[in-house]
Design a protein around this ligand. Structure first.
Ligand SMILES: C[S@@+](CC[C@H](N)C(=O)[O-])C[C@H]1O[C@@H](n2cnc3c(N)ncnc32)[C@H](O)[C@@H]1O
Length: 354
């Protein structure tokens, strides 16, 4: 299948560059913190969303053991690590709101702004190519209103604004939004940046186009995805356009299962010495993959960060979008106009509200 785009300009299709590596990036995480204090035992798998959660672990199901740290009276709690090496329930959350942790949010912003790799955002050359292509593929013209969901530090928003669009950007990271606002102000770009959760947005027929770029849809469990697609539809004017990209199972077949550790004096997760156990869990029957980062501080506190990926095929993303009243105008292997390819790790989709 190739991209077949309404009013695509000849010569615009066919950009290059491999798209992104997955990276600690996203949302819906609850912290499993083995902190201090006495907590009531909870059964295994009984994760609660209470700002943070103390995870109950047990060697046997039905005999949960409450944990305060990885060491207990001088003994290493191997049962905790054993528990964390089991596949969790799909979309069981990890540490909450870690994008607002002072250190992690700074690491994340630096990753977004690092133009040498595709870790958190794609490289500038790819972003340029995407915006150029999307302006054409979505038939966008000056003064059109565009909503950039998960705008991060505004790499796409600014480019769309420079093309004359009226841009609104939403992101859950306070730090990214603060950076994006300051950057736009310096450049005298009037972009409406909003700090918040796009799952809670309630726009009504305000936008000519909505973009959701760099796999954000994949982080959502099916019910959340459906909620977001419905909210996007409501946010769009009649016949409004959308563009989004999702990973395919290829991406995680290529990654494969992960299981390694690394000790740091300081790093992405912490400014202080810590150990990171990096794990990957595949759920091939459901096209789901989990990247799990178990961070252990020197006081033996354990925090679990999770990036869930719901991978898609052209058929499954088409089904989800059509079910929400969208028509697909083009499917490719990215958002720069590269044709669809069954071996690609990404799918880019453009379409409109029916
Ligand atoms: C992979 S990054 C992509 C950022 C940007 N689209 C880009 O490609 O440069 C995902 C972004 O979405 C934001 N995000 C994730 N979940 C969100 C939510 N529920 N509401 C608002 N922003 C969210 C994150 O803070 C992060 O900035």
């Amino acid at each position: 299948m190739r991209f077949t785009i309404k009013s695509a300009e000849p010569g615009i299709a066919g950009f290059s560059s491999q798209c992104g590596t997955s990276h600690p990036s996203i949302d819906t995480h609850v912290q499993c913190r083995y902190g201090q204090g006495v907590e009531k035992p909870r059964p295994m798998r009984n994760w609660a969303l209470l700002g943070y959660v103390v995870l109950s672990c047990g060697a046997r199901k039905g005999s949960p053991v409450q944990t305060t740290a990885l060491s207990h009276h001088g003994a290493l709690r191997l049962d905790i690590l054993r528990h964390l090496s089991e596949h969790p329930e799909p979309f069981a959350p990890g540490a909450p709101r870690f994008w607002d942790d002072p250190h992690i949010s700074a690491s994340m912003l630096a990753a977004h702004l690092d133009s040498t790799n595709d870790a958190a955002s794609r490289r500038p050359s790819v972003i340029d190519a995407s915006v150029r292509w999307l302006l054409s593929a979505l038939d966008l013209h000056p003064n059109h209103a565009l909503l950039d969901l998960g705008c991060g530090p505004g790499l796409y928003s600014e480019r769309f604004a420079r093309a004359g669009l009226r841009v609104t950007g939403i992101d859950a990271s306070q730090r990214s939004i603060a950076y994006a606002r300051a950057h736009a102000t310096e450049r005298q770009l009037a972009i409406d940046y909003r700090h918040g959760d796009y799952l809670a947005m309630n726009f009504r027929h305000d936008f000519d186009a909505v973009v959701l770029i760099y796999g954000d849809l994949c982080a959502l469990a099916p019910a959340q995805r459906d909620h977001l697609l419905a909210a996007i539809s409501t946010a769009l004017k009649a016949d409004g356009r959308f563009a989004l990209d999702v990973t395919t199972p290829r991406r995680h077949t290529a990654t494969g299962d992960l299981n390694h550790w690394q000790a740091y004096d300081a790093g992405f997760w912490r400014p202080t010495p810590h150990l990171v156990l990096t794990q990957g869990f595949a759920y091939p029957d459901r096209a789901i993959f989990l990247e799990q980062y178990v961070v252990i501080d020197t006081d033996t506190t354990v925090t679990v960060y999770r990036n869930w990926f719901q991978d898609y095929t052209v058929a499954t993303i088409t089904e989800a979008l059509e079910r929400h009243g969208f028509a697909i105008d083009g499917v490719g292997s990215d958002l720069t106009g590269r044709p669809a390819d069954p071996d690609a790790e990404w799918i880019g989709v453009v379409g409109h509200k029916r």
